[in-house]
Design a protein around this ligand. Structure first.
Ligand code: UDX
Ligand code: UDX
Length: 459
């Protein structure tokens, strides 16, 4: 008889686990979905009106399913749901290791391992364990060996079902994915999970592969995306010195259907919880198989990104630093702190590196963001020299320089004619996302420097 998944559980109620399970519950009212997390505060937030993750459309999805076939519970209470589940997703974080073998590169699997132990201790009958977290290739071997310690008679099968959602568009990406990837060894387990996604995803978009290909594909997809950003950012520097315009170059290059137009926006650098971590994991895996040239190739994508952030901070500092290079007494307005728009997430945000570099040179920063909380800004930057502004206007008041670091749509429509008088005379606006209306900024008598754009008429 074909397997049918009627009760599912997910360990990890983060940016991936929470929205993914909410969409599954919304689309499959007959499937009982339980999301567990060790963090009691996070669970309380998922059960409140103030969800712990900001994503457009998420609150509506959660409110339709929560209390019907979707519940959020703490780890202890979750044990019984894991016992009853036909399938358990593992969706905990897999950060870069900070100590031990592979420190600074390899993914830290300790949370995944502790989930596997929890599942081994509580599962009953036959359970499909699904890796949702991004794993190094062959990580399923380690999960399998832990599951093998379960009581006699309790059996498992492992699938890899990595998530490709991007923050800020998570609900759209989950509801209309380019593809769903399911890697595994047994066709009946793959079919059982595919049956869930089939409720709303066309069959041709559900791809199945072997376990190792699925694990590796996720790392490679992120590496290719990050590589495109580093590629265009490398060209942004070349545009600035040659007088070319990176937006024009990207449009021309992207018009080639073999290349395509997406992911060619020059920026202050890529951020987010995945790109750097997954690149480092790929680099570590390549090194550990002795593939030095492969590792060096991908390392360059990371290095270019670090360089772009430093380069941008130095561009901000250049016109206002004193003879000794110090920014003491200089106030810089930072517009945007999230790693991209439409999220409150600051993990690996390029704004952090840019701000730290400016602070190290003595600057005072006035940071504004539409979604990032003041606590979050302070926990990344400390309080020394950092003011969190409630509005863009408050950040801009008295600023010697301005940097746009996140592409929030509202920054694109700021009224520079009105704001210009609030800035110190001669203040330069540095657009790290190329979203400002260059004409409007210039008409207001301000100097604009855009990433990847050569010298401009009034510059
Ligand atoms: C996810 C993926 O799973 C990760 O591998 C991928 O690379 C990025 O996206 P994400 O959902 O963003 O991670 O992580 P996070 O928001 O930190 O959520 C993880 C949650 O798991 C946290 O709420 C944490 O409390 C919880 N957790 C962690 C557990 O419940 N149990 C654990 O043992 C460890
Ligand atoms: C990424 C992948 O897109 C997603 O498929 C995977 O599941 C998780 O990692 P995410 O990190 O949420 O998603 O955001 P993404 O939109 O990919 O942006 C990552 C970073 O690259 C951001 O800092 C963004 O501003 C930057 N970026 C993106 C650019 O600088 N230029 C671009 O053209 C695109």
């Amino acid at each position: 008889m074909p397997l049918s998944l009627r009760k599912i559980a997910c360990i990890g109620a983060g940016y991936v686990g929470g929205p993914t399970m909410a969409v599954i519950a919304d689309r499959c009212p007959d499937i009982d979905v339980t999301v567990l997390d060790l963090n009691a505060e996070r669970i309380a937030a998922w059960n409140s009106e103030d969800l712990p993750v900001y994503e457009p459309g998420l609150a509506e999805v959660v409110s339709r399913a929560r209390g019907r076939n979707l519940r959020f519970v703490g780890q202890a209470e979750g044990a019984a749901y894991v016992a009853a589940a036909d399938a358990v997703f593992i969706s905990v974080n897999t950060p870069t290791k900070t100590e031990g073998e592979g420190a600074g590169k390899a993914s830290d699997l300790r949370y995944v391992e502790s989930c596997a132990r929890f599942i081994a201790a509580h599962a009953t009958g036959h359970t499909i364990v699904i890796e949702k977290s991004t794993m190094p290739v062959r990580a399923a071997d380690c999960v399998k060996s832990i599951l093998a310690t379960a009581r006699p008679g309790v059996t498992f099968d492992i699938l890899s079902n990595p998530e490709f959602l991007a923050e800020g568009t998570a609900i759209r990406d989950l509801e209309q994915p380019d593809r769903v990837l399911i890697g595994g060894e047994r066709p009946e387990s793959i079919a059982a999970l595919a049956e869930i996604y089939r409720r709303w995803v066309p069959a041709e978009r559900i791809l199945s592969t072997g376990l190792w290909s699925a694990e590796l594909s996720k790392l490679v997809a992120n590496a290719f995306l990050a590589q495109r950003v580093s590629s265009i950012n490398s060209i942004s520097a070349l545009c600035e010195v040659t007088g070319a315009d990176v937006e024009e170059v990207a449009a021309v290059v992207g018009a080639d259907s073999r290349i395509g137009p997406k992911f060619l926006r020059a920026s202050v650098g890529f951020g987010g919880s995945c790109f750097q971590k997954d690149l480092l994991s790929l680099i570590y895996i390549s090194e550990s198989y002795g593939l030095t040239e492969v590792a060096a190739y991908w390392q360059q994508v990371v290095d270019l990104n670090q360089w772009q952030k430093r380069r941008f901070a130095d561009l901000i500092a250049a016109p206002i630093a004193d003879g000794a290079g110090s920014l003491r007494g200089r106030r810089i307005a930072i517009l945007g702190f999230a790693f991209k728009k439409d999220t409150n997430d600051v993990r690996e945000t390029p704004a952090m590196d840019v701000c730290r570099r400016l602070l190290a040179r003595g600057a005072t920063l006035a940071v504004h963001d539409y979604r990032v909380t003041p606590e979050s800004v302070r926990s990344e930057l400390g309080a020394q020299g950092v003011e969190v502004a409630a509005t863009p206007e408050a950040a801009l008041a008295g600023a010697d320089g301005v940097a746009v670091l996140t592409e929030w749509s509202a920054y694109a429509t700021l009224d520079w004619a009105r704001l210009a008088g609030m800035l110190k005379a001669g203040a330069v606006i540095h657009d790290g996302r190329n979203i400002l209306d260059a004409g409007a900024v210039r008409r207001a008598g301000l100097i604009l420097r855009s990433i990847g754009r050569g010298a401009q008429p009034n510059a």
